[in-house]
Design a protein around this ligand. Structure first.
Ligand code: BDR
Ligand code: CA
Length: 311
C-alpha cells in the first residue's frame, strides 16, 4: 500500500481527494495538512475538519502556512465560495487539531518512517512543502515521491499560462520541482479530463448515504461556479487525480520532462515551463501527467464513497 500525507486547501476537489485517500484500501492516509490557497488558512483548516467529520476520517489534521513565501495572498473565492467549501452544510467540528504545525508534522513523519516509504501529495500551493524542505533538507532523500496537483503545459486557469496552485506561490513550487526527488506533475492538461459529468453525479447520488449527499452537494456547487466562471459543462475534479494515481497508477499516463517555474515573466509568472522537446538540455526532473482513464477514476471514487458510507 502507498502511504501518503495529503497537503491540501479544501476546496471542493481537495475534499474529494481526502475521501478517496481515506476510502481506497490500496492507499493509507497518514495525515492531512492544510495550506492557505483556495481560502485563508483558518477557513481551509475548518473545512478539512468538517470533511473528516462527514466522511469518518480519523487521522491527524495539522494546520500549515498562512501566506505564500514571497508574494501577496491570492484566494479562489470565485470558484470555491466565501467559506472555501460553499454548497454543502458543514457540520460543527469539535475534533482537536494536531498540536504541531503542518511543516513539523511533515518533517517528523517523514524522518521517523522507513526511507522511501512516504509519498507527499500536495493539492494546494506548495508553501508547506518548500518550508519543510528548508527546515529539514533530509526529507528530500527520504520521501518516496511527490505527486502534486498544479501547473500544466498547454494552459493556465488564473492567467493564460499559469495554474492557481503554482501561481499563488511560485517560489515554493520552483523549489519543489528543483529538489532531487521524484515529482509527478498532475496539471490542468490531465485534470480537465476529470470532469464530474451528470452520469457521475447520479452514480454518487444513488449510493444514498449522508456522505454521498455531501459529495453531490460539493459537486453541484463546484459545477455551478465552473459553468459560470470558466464555461465548463461539468467541473474538473483536479485534486482527486493525484490520489487516484497512487491507488492505481494505470489511471494516468505520464511523460518525463524537465519542468521549472517562471518567476520573473511579465505575463507568465507562475507558468510551469515543460521541456518535452529537451530544448534546454536539462535532465528530466518530472513525470508529467498527460492522459486520464476516466472510467477507472470514477469507478474507484464511487467505490470509496460506498466503502466509507458503510463504516
Ligand atoms: C487547483 O486550484 C484549486 O482551486 C483546486 O483545489 C485545485 O487544487 C486547480 O487549479
Ligand atoms: Ca486544491
Amino acid at each position: 500500500t502507498e502511504r501518503l500525507i495529503l497537503d491540501c486547501d479544501p476546496g471542493h476537489d481537495d475534499a474529494l481527494a481526502m475521501i478517496l485517500a481515506a476510502g481506497d484500501p490500496r492507499v493509507e492516509l497518514l495525515a492531512v495538512t492544510t495550506c492557505a490557497g483556495n481560502q485563508t488558512i483558518e477557513k481551509v483548516t475548518r473545512n478539512a475538519l468538517a470533511v473528516c467529520a462527514v466522511a469518518g476520517i480519523d487521522v491527524p489534521v495539522a494546520q500549515g502556512a498562512a501566506l505564500p513565501l514571497v508574494r501577496e495572498q491570492t484566494v479562489a473565492a470565485d470558484i470555491h465560495g466565501d467559506s472555501g467549501l460553499d454548497g454543502p452544510v458543514l457540520p460543527e467540528t469539535t475534533r482537536a487539531l494536531d498540536p504541531r504545525h503542518a511543516v513539523d508534522l511533515i518533517v517528523e513523519e517523514v524522518m521517523a518512517a522507513e526511507p522511501g516509504s512516504i509519498t507527499l501529495v500536495p493539492t494546494g500551493p506548495l508553501t508547506n512543502i518548500a518550508l519543510a524542505m528548508r527546515k529539514e533538507p533530509r526529507i528530500v532523500e527520504r520521501v518516496k515521491r511527490v505527486v502534486l496537483m498544479g501547473g500544466g503545459y498547454s494552459r493556465g486557469n488564473v492567467t493564460p499560462t499559469a495554474e492557481f496552485n503554482i501561481y499563488v506561490d511560485p517560489e515554493a513550487a520552483e523549489a519543489v520541482f528543483a529538489a532531487d526527488w521524484p515529482v509527478t506533475m498532475v496539471g490542468l492538461d490531465l485534470t480537465h479530463q476529470a470532469t464530474a459529468d451528470a452520469d457521475v453525479v447520479e452514480r454518487i447520488r444513488a449510493i444514498g448515504s449522508p456522505l454521498s449527499q455531501f459529495v453531490v452537494d460539493v459537486l453541484t456547487f463546484f459545477g455551478s461556479t465552473y459553468r459560470e466562471r470558466q464555461g465548463f459543462d461539468a467541473p474538473p475534479v483536479h485534486d482527486l487525480c493525484c490520489v487516484a494515481a497512487l491507488c492505481d497508477p494505470a489511471v494516468l499516463a505520464t511523460r518525463p520532462a524537465f519542468v521549472t517555474v517562471e518567476l520573473a515573466g511579465r505575463w507568465t509568472a507562475g507558468t510551469t515551463v515543460t521541456d518535452f522537446g529537451d530544448l534546454l538540455g536539462r535532465p528530466h526532473n518530472t513525470d508529467v501527467a498527460t492522459t486520464l482513464d476516466r472510467t477507472r477514476l470514477w469507478d474507484m471514487t464511487v467505490e470509496a464513497i460506498e466503502r466509507l458510507s458503510r463504516t
